[in-house]
Design a protein around this ligand. Structure first.
Ligand code: PMP
Length: 394
């Protein structure tokens, strides 16, 4: 049979990250590879009570088709929380509820880009954003950072040399590097973007998971022309299985997004949205996020302490103030995929860094996740990786 597939589907590259995740799914493997929230944090009993409330009080609305923009009380709660946490100035009319922030990435790329258009991304960038944008068959220009955010001169150069349609950034505890942009860099970035008038996706799934230091204002604080689209999610602060995220942006963008969303899936699950809103309404979200932060802070500390103790000095790494990831830079002669093979033999795993780049090469990086192993396991796993690293030093 000569079945033919579409160009975007034919253009999907085989993901060997998926193969790695399958390979390491063995019971005695210590995995720092995924980015999964800790299951013991999911408030299952509270969710059961919230579900009961929904089914008792509003079964018709929760089980019926719902508005494509989302459930109004939840949109309202999202806007209020953003205004409090990252100093935005949104109302519910600025919010569209999505099926996770992953859908927001797909939707916004479709909103602004045609096939062959240029998207600016950080170097490195979130792998899932790159794969989502690939469905729109765009091209990329990578902008390097310096630990404080995108290098502004490089950004300006890229904007001058290319007709850029969209910029994608993760300003808080980036996946994969764990790096957070400084306040000054956010301001400088928006000053440049404002001149070129290019829409920006500020993807912020980890912003609330700050373990130390002060919360920084979102890019929207410095956005005079309404160019920033904020992506948020309940995946890391509540439960990823709810599949609830959002796009917050100026109302013109939101209306356009709404048209797209209607055609994509009619709406995000009304049931999920009602349960989430009932949970927010009846339980203490702040207290829950505090317990999430407390657990991850101690796991991050356990990982960094073990790395300080066991890793050879030739390997450098970030010290994130929040989020879920640490990014390691190996000596240039080391290939992280070779290191991974040796680590898997010792029953420990991580994700090699190269899929987080849109350019070739970049073979000497790796990402470590600390959210879903206890402190003792983290120490054992890091010790094993350190042994492999030391054995590979020249
Ligand atoms: N953006 C970033 C930077 C992420 O790390 C993730 C989750 N790994 C997502 C978006 C997608 O999250 P979700 O769809 O669960 O909201």
């Amino acid at each position: 049979m000569a079945i033919r597939y579409s160009d975007p589907v034919n253009a999907i590259k085989h993901s060997d990250t998926g193969d790695i995740l399958k390979l390491i799914a063995q019971p005695d493997m210590i995995s720092f590879a995924g980015g999964l929230p800790a299951e013991e944090l999911f408030p299952a009993e509270e969710i059961a009570k919230a579900t009961e409330i929904v089914l008792k009080n509003t079964p018709g609305k929760a089980l019926q088709y719902g508005p494509s923009l989302g459930y109004d009380p939840l949109r309202e709660s999202i806007a209020k929380r953003m205004n409090r946490m990252v100093k935005t100035n949104y109302t519910k009319d600025n919010v569209l509820v999505t099926c996770g922030s992953q859908q927001g990435l797909d939707l916004l790329c479709r909103l602004f880009c045609n096939k062959g258009d240029t998207v600016l991304v950080e170097k490195p960038s979130y792998l899932g954003a790159i794969t989502a944008f690939n469905l729109s068959q765009v091209n990329y220009v990578e902008i390097p950072g310096d630990g404080k955010g995108m290098i502004i001169e490089e950004l300006e150069k890229a904007l001058k040399e290319n007709e850029v349609r969209l910029i994608y950034v993760v300003t808080d505890f980036q996946n994969p590097t764990g790096i957070t942009w400084t306040r000054e860099r956010r301001e400088q970035f928006m000053e440049v973007v404002d001149r070129y008038e290019v829409p920006v996706i500020e993807d912020n799934p980890y912003g609330e998971l700050r373990y130390e230091g002060e919360f920084l204002p979102s890019l929207t604080t410095f956005d005079k022309k309404g160019l920033v689209c904020s992506l948020g999610t309940f995946s890391k602060t509540f439960a990823p299985g709810m599949r609830l995220g959002w796009i917050a942006a100026n109302t013109t963008f939101i209306e356009k997004c709404d048209l797209l969303k209607q055609n994509m899936d009619l709406s995000t699950s009304p049931f999920s949205q009602h349960v989430c809103e009932a949970w927010l309404d009846n339980f203490d979200f702040d207290a829950h996020v505090t317990s999430v932060r407390d657990l991850y802070r101690s796991r991050r500390d356990a990982m960094l302490n073990a790395m300080d103790e066991f890793f050879p000095k030739e390997v450098t790494y970030t010290r994130p103030e929040g989020g879920l990831f640490i990014w390691c830079t190996l000596p240039e002669y080391m290939v992280s995929r070779d290191i991974l093979k040796q680590c898997i033999e010792k029953k420990v795993a991580f994700v090699p860094g190269d899929p987080f780049f849109t350019s070739e090469g970049n073979t000497n990086f790796l990402r470590l996740n600390y959210s879903c192993n206890d402190e003792e396991t983290i120490r054992t796993g890091i010790q094993r990786i350190a042994e492999v690293l030391k054995a590979n030093l020249k």
